[in-house]
Write a new protein. Structure first.
Length: 520
């Protein structure tokens, strides 16, 4: 045990005093500090936007005048850990729930073909842009610190070979596996130093700014991210030591490790994305939606509506959405109810059909995601990216659960709204406020006023929605969007963590085998 500790101290001292370590430490801390500052301001902006949007949407819902126009906007609160990994930046921050719309992840874009379910957002033509979709702390650790690990260990054994000291070390009382363990642990402690310093700098920045408040669950998530980052660095160090053992010269080992870094960090993730796109084409969503709309249009036009009486001076109609009428008599309102019983269930059915089409497109994208994950499974960079996005709640898995919660809420909302279709209040409020009806008495009064004050008096003072009392929605299910908790996010990160552990163990086993076979 003493021999291993001596080797660890030696390797750690050599690394800490080396120019490459000092440069790496400075670069990592500067990058984390700069990116952390920018993302902290961005998070504060997103947080303020979320609070303002939530208040605005709450007021709009409380001001609803007829049931058909009820639309619930469910705002997704930003996760503080997204400061470390922005993840799927293209996805929406608000989920719309209404009788005419069933939310899906594809609401983020007009076309499902532009959405990527691997957490990197849009898939541009340039493969470099596909990989480097956003610069955050996860990117710095995943790309910059993995390069730093290469610079730490590229000559760990090849350098000893060149200097002729490896045979001397192998003939020492310290066993070969102890030598490997000492060099590996010393390199890992060296690599963990800038990572730890950078994250401490980030936490200090958060405390000084006062813009970020972490809950106990957030602190635990941050600790899990730190542990995952250490595991990732351990994997790259093990790979670097393995390559160094096979290389006869330090330069050769460096070139090979840089090549592996490019393949693992750029070629595999980008190439896997292209292959997955080829293997799993996206369904023609636009054509399917258009076909559904055409079928609905034919059915809609076959439903005849005969107006019996009354004037619809203030009306809003939507082919496949809400409708509202103000200038309408009681008799016409009741007549309209019978028509609503036919036409609005058709609108609801169209919304469900749109959802099933888009859900099928989403499932095809998920199959593409699964294919990509299988193709780049051997890339530590890809595995680490999935871990940090999962822990930060910025991956597609978290969004899937959030949208599923929104759809569950819509089901309860529809249970509340469907019976309202058979009431006049679904599209008008003239039964609650008879003074708004265009009866002979009312028309006579307002015609006299119009002669004196002008025709605008009708819309300004009589048929004006501001005169209508808001609906009593106390019995309506309240929107409560629960985002995935830390336990669920840890579950998403479990498999890529296990994959990193297997890769690390495999590299170390192969390195130990190579060292044991090295001639004394």
């Amino acid at each position: 045990m003493t021999g291993i500790l001596d080797i660890i101290r030696k390797e750690l001292l050599i690394n800490l005093l080396s120019l490459r370590f000092i440069i790496g430490l400075v670069v990592v801390m500067l990058l984390i500090g700069l990116v952390g500052y920018v993302l902290t301001l961005d998070y504060a902006s997103r947080r303020q936007a979320y609070i303002a949007a939530a208040e605005q949407h709450s007021r709009a819902l409380e001001d609803a005048k007829v049931y058909s126009t009820i639309k619930v906007e469910m705002d997704i609160p930003p996760n503080p850990l997204s400061l470390l990994s922005r993840g799927s930046k293209d996805l929406p921050v608000t989920i719309t729930v209404s009788p005419y719309h069933v939310p899906t992840i594809l609401d983020a874009s007009g076309s499902g073909a532009t959405i990527s379910l691997d957490g990197t957002g849009d898939l541009p033509v340039n493969p470099l842009l596909r990989v480097f979709s956003s610069i955050d702390v996860g990117f710095i650790v995943g790309m910059i610190m993995s390069l730093f690990c290469i610079l730490l260990v590229f000559d760990s054994f090849s350098g000893e070979k060149e200097q002729g000291t490896l045979r001397v070390l192998l003939s020492a009382p310290v066993g070969r596996l102890q030598l490997l363990a000492g060099k590996y642990c010393g390199a890992l402690l060296s690599a963990a130093t800038p990572l730890t310093a950078g994250l401490l700098l980030l936490v200090i920045l958060w405390n000084i700014s006062g813009l970020v408040t972490l809950t106990p669950a957030d602190w635990l998530g941050l600790a899990c991210m730190y542990a995952a980052s250490i595991l990732y660095l351990a994997c790259f160090l093990a790979l670097g030591i393995l390559i160094s053992l096979f290389a006869e010269e330090s330069v050769t080992g460096l070139v090979h490790q840089l090549l592996v870094w490019v393949v693992a960090g750029i070629v595999l993730p980008a190439g896997a994305g292209y292959v997955a796109e080829f293997l799993h084409p996206i369904l023609p969503e636009t054509e399917l939606i258009r076909e559904a709309d055409e079928n609905y249009g034919r059915a809609y036009s076959n439903v005849r509506y005969q107006q019996t009486e009354g004037s619809w001076n203030v009306a809003y109609t939507d082919y496949a959405g809400p409708e509202s009428f103000l200038g309408i008599t009681e008799k016409e309102a009741l007549n309209r109810v019978e028509y609503n019983k036919i036409i609005f269930p058709m609108k609801f059915a169209l919304a469900e059909e749109h959802f099933h089409i888009r859900d099928a497109v989403q499932r095809s994208l998920e199959r593409r995601e699964e294919a990509r994950n299988s193709l780049d499974a051997i890339s530590p960079v890809a595995a680490y990216g999935r871990i940090v996005r999962a822990l930060a709640g910025s991956d597609i898995g978290s969004y899937r659960r959030t949208f599923a919660a929104a759809r569950n809420y819509r089901e309860s909302l529809m249970e509340y709204l469907r019976p309202k279709v058979a009431t006049a209040a679904w599209v008008t409020r003239v039964l609650d406020q008879p003074e708004l009806q265009p009866t002979k008495e009312n028309m006579s009064y307002w015609n006299e006023r119009a002669k004196k004050e002008g025709e605008d008096v009708f819309l300004k003072e009589w048929w004006n929605w501001s005169r209508v009392k808001p609906l009593d929605l106390s019995a309506m299910p309240r929107p409560n969007l629960e985002v995935p908790g830390l336990r669920e996010r840890l579950g998403d990160a479990l498999f890529p963590c296990a994959l990193l552990m297997v890769l690390t163990a495999g590299f170390l086993v192969m390195a130990g085998w190579k060292l044991l076979r090295y001639p004394a």
